[in-house]
Design a protein around this ligand. Structure first.
Ligand SMILES: Cc1cc2nc3c(=O)[nH]c(=O)nc-3n(C[C@H](O)[C@H](O)[C@H](O)COP(=O)(O)OP(=O)(O)OC[C@H]3O[C@@H](n4cnc5c(N)ncnc54)[C@H](O)[C@@H]3O)c2cc1C
Length: 289
C-alpha cells in the first residue's frame, strides 16, 4: 500500500486527482478500524495530517470556517460559544483519545447515519466546502448525505472545511446510547433556536438511512412561536406546542431495527429527545442563555 504524504492543500488535491481511488486519512479513527478488520484494502492512502490549512478554523463573517482536520477536542475547547450544538455533540464522541484524533471532516467523509457531528451541522444550516483541482464548491449539509455511509463527494474531491453559522440563540444536542461514553448513537437529535431570524433548525441522527432535518417540525415550531407572540414574550411554551413538535420530529424519521435498537424504540426516543431539547433550549432563551 502506498502512503502519500502531501504537505500542502495543492499537493493533496493533485494527489487525489492523480489517484482518485486513494483513501484520504485524517485522524484515522474510522479508516484504521476498516484496515485492521480488512474491510478495506486500498492501494494508496493520502495522509492529510501534514496539510496545515485543514487544521485551522477562522471566523468568516457570521460563520465559522472549520477546517476539515480540526479535532473534536479543539471544537470543545475553542468553539463552545459560537458552535454550542457541535461542541455538545463532540463531547459525546468516543473517548478522550478518539476526540483528540477524530475530526469533523472525517465524520463527514465516513457519512455514517449515526455520526454525532451531523445533527448539529444540519440544525445550524452548515455548508460543506469541498475542493478538487477543478475548483471549489459548497454543499448544504442537507444535500451532502446521499445514502448509508455515502456522501456527495466526487471521486477527485476532498473536504476542505465546514462553514457553520455562529449560533444566534440556544442549541441543544441529545444522544441515546447504552452508556455515557464510547457509544455509537442509537438515535440523536439537535435543535437550534435562531432568535435573530425567528427560525428553528433540527437534525436527526441514527434514525434514517442518512442524517436528516425534520423540516415540518421546524416550520411548525417557528410558526407556533410567531403566532403566539412567544419570540417576543418568551413566556412558557404551551405543552401542546412541545408535544406536537415531538410528534413531527418522530414523523420525519424512518429508522430500522438493528443491533443497537429497534425502530419503535428509536421513534419513541426521538420524540422524547425533541421535547426535552426544545424545553432546555427555551429555558435558555427565557433566562438569556
Ligand atoms: C473507539 C471509537 C469510538 C468512536 N465513537 C464515535 C462516536 O461516539 N461518535 C461518532 O460520531 N463517531 C465515533 N467514532 C467514529 C470516528 O471517530 C468518527 O467518525 C471521526 O469523526 C472520524 O474522524 P477521523 O479524522 O478519524 O477520520 P478518518 O478515519 O481519518 O476518515 C474517515 C473517513 O473520512 C474520509 N476523510 C477524512 N478526511 C477527509 C477529507 N478531508 N476529505 C475527504 N474525505 C475525508 C476518509 O477517507 C474516511 O473515509 C468512533 C471510532 C472509534 C474507533
Amino acid at each position: 500500500m502506498e502512503f502519500l504524504q502531501p504537505t500542502s492543500w495543492g499537493e493533496a488535491l493533485a494527489a487525489k486527482a492523480a489517484r482518485p481511488e486513494a483513501v484520504p486519512i485524517a485522524g484515522g479513527t474510522d479508516v484504521m478500524v476498516e484496515l485492521n478488520f480488512d474491510a478495506r484494502r486500498p492501494d494508496a492512502l493520502i495522509d492529510l495530517t501534514r496539510v496545515p490549512d485543514l487544521a485551522e478554523w477562522a471566523v468568516d463573517g457570521s460563520r465559522i470556517r472549520l477546517g476539515a482536520g480540526v479535532s473534536y477536542t479543539r471544537v470543545i475547547d475553542e468553539l463552545g460559544d459560537p458552535l454550542p450544538g457541535l461542541a455538545m455533540a463532540a463531547r459525546t464522541v468516543g473517548s478522550p483519545q478518539i476526540r483528540n484524533r477524530g475530526t469533523v471532516g472525517g465524520n463527514l467523509g465516513a457519512a455514517s447515519p449515526a455520526g454525532d457531528s451531523h445533527p448539529p451541522l444540519l440544525a445550524a444550516g452548515a455548508e460543506i466546502e469541498v475542493a478538487s483541482v477543478r475548483g471549489v464548491r459548497t454543499i448544504p449539509a442537507g444535500d451532502f448525505y446521499t445514502g448509508v455511509k455515502r456522501n456527495a463527494l466526487a471521486e477527485d474531491e476532498l473536504i476542505a472545511a465546514v462553514l457553520i453559522p455562529q449560533a444566534a440563540g440556544p442549541q441543544q444536542f441529545s444522544k441515546i446510547g447504552t452508556r455515557n461514553a464510547m457509544v455509537i448513537a442509537v438515535a440523536s437529535f439537535c435543535i437550534s433556536l435562531n432568535a435573530a431570524d425567528r427560525t428553528a433548525g433540527t437534525g436527526i441522527g441514527s434514525a434514517a438511512p442518512t442524517p436528516r432535518r425534520a423540516i415540518d417540525a421546524e416550520i411548525f415550531l417557528a410558526g407556533a412561536l410567531a403566532e403566539q407572540g412567544l419570540w417576543e414574550s418568551r413566556a412558557d411554551l404551551p405543552e401542546s406546542v412541545v408535544s406536537e413538535f415531538g410528534e413531527k420530529v418522530r414523523a420525519a424519521a424512518s429508522p430500522v431495527d438493528d443491533v443497537r435498537g429497534t425502530a419503535a424504540y428509536r421513534l419513541h426516543g426521538l420524540a422524547v429527545m425533541a421535547r426535552r431539547t426544545l424545553t432546555w433550549a427555551w429555558d435558555a432563551l427565557q433566562t438569556g442563555g
